[in-house]
Ligand binder design. Structure first.
Ligand code: GLA
Length: 384
């Protein structure tokens, strides 16, 4: 199975944790269709940990929790499919999941076969309680191989949190996406720290095997399972834009049944999603920030798009408004090339042409600007 774009969907963990059920899945599926998420590209509806009974059945298979999923998983998957969506589930490479339910260690092929039978399309595969001293690559290769041979296309989402140098071995396991970091909590500090960490892994992210920066906390405002104070709307927009520009899979974690309309608009922003889903994931690179030109909490990233345009994102994760600079020679347009950029701000629609070799803009605290830029001849206009 080849996955050509960063996967998109919804995941139960951030908001619901333990409290998942067949009814919840049905309601979320309905809202994904009704409110336009499916049509914007959010394709997978994933239930995370806590869907299982505490012990395996007599036949060695995982058993869905009898209260939460009284009809088993097949009808749940069928319902999700009937809505034009795909169904995802969770397991763990260890003996137990992070919440203490049975993991898939030494049961990889049995579990992959059950998932295929139930109509599962996506497996998130966690890293808790793995046997110490066991090579992590081997653990993930087992499940990757089991999925690739289970007779159904199942997207493999590895979740080893960037631990044990995940980036260096995970692409040998068959993983279509892989967690580059630990869990993101719903706080300004959490988003800022995650944004700083990501740079390390961007060169390992590529089409078909995407670095995953973790589920989105957009619109949670401190509610749910991972809330540590929550954030303001502006930083949620920056968080979404950053994840999207840099090619992370986009999995909504908020309760979309009751999300604020302004936050729904952020998640459904087609221009930003189009950058994320560009035909090609050329490696995004930092062109300022990190102590070089702009403050370190203000990264500036550029990504070459398949159209020849550049996506330039300027972020202020700090607490003060900042004037931020983007020298065009850093994106290959030194003045000797005779070229410059016409930049379209994807939020406001405003267009500006850079005439000085350096783009400068003021970005308020917690905010960001994402531009889609065309390369044009440098033309100062008629001389006076
Ligand atoms: C780990 C993962 C989370 C979530 C929980 C579930 O912490 O990183 O994304 O899946 O386990 O227990």
């Amino acid at each position: 199975m080849v996955v050509k774009k960063p996967p998109m969907g919804w995941n139960s963990w951030n908001t619901f944790g333990y409290d998942i059920s067949e009814d919840l899945v049905r309601e979320i599926a309905d809202v994904m269709v009704r409110d336009g998420y499916r049509d914007a590209g959010y394709e997978y509806l994933v239930i995370d940990d806590c869907w299982q009974e505490p012990v395996r059945g007599a036949d060695g298979r995982l058993v869905p929790d009898r209260k939460k999923f009284p009809n088993g998983m097949k009808p749940v998957a069928d319902y999700v499919h009937s809505k034009g969506l795909k169904f995802g589930i969770y397991s763990c490479a260890g003996v137990l999941t992070c919440e203490g339910f049975p993991g898939s260690y030494e049961h990889e092929f049995t579990d992959a076969a059950a998932f295929a039978e139930w109509g599962v399309d996506f497996l998130k595969y966690d890293y808790c309680f793995h046997p110490s001293g066991f090579d992590p690559a081997t653990l993930y290769r087992r499940m990757g191989t089991a999925l690739a041979n289970c007779g159904r296309d199942i997207l493999f989402s590895a979740c080893s949190w960037g631990a044990d140098e995940t980036r260096k071995w995970v692409k040998s396991t068959g993983a279509h996406m892989w967690r580059a970091t630990g869990d993101l909590n719903d706080s300004v500090g959490g988003i800022r720290e995650h944004a700083k960490m990501i740079d390390r892994d961007l060169k390992y992210s590529a089409e078909g095997s995407y670095a995953d920066f973790d589920m989105l906390v957009v619109g949670m405002f401190g509610k749910g399972n991972v809330g540590v104070g929550g954030c303001d709307a502006e930083i949620y927009r920056s968080h979404f834009t950053f994840w999207a520009q840099l090619g992370s899979p986009l999995f909504i974690g908020a309760d979309i049944r009751s999300i604020a309309p302004e936050m729904r608009e952020v998640l459904l922003d087609r221009e930003v999603i189009a950058v994320n889903q560009d035909e090609c994931l050329w490696q995004p690179y930092e062109i300022g920030g990190a102590g070089w030109w702009n403050p370190s909490e203000c990264p500036v990233y550029c990504r070459l798009l398949s159209t020849g345009e550049l996506a330039i994102g300027i972020y202020n994760f700090g607490e003060h408004d900042q004037k931020l600079c983007t020298p065009l020679d850093r994106v290959g347009l030194s003045q000797g090339t005779g070229k410059t950029l016409v930049m379209r701000d994807l939020r406001t629609g405003e267009i500006e042409t850079v005439l000085t070799g350096v783009h400068k803009t003021t970005v308020p605290a917690h905010s960001c600007k994402l531009y889609r830029c065309r390369v044009v001849d440098l033309d100062y206009g008629p001389l006076p």
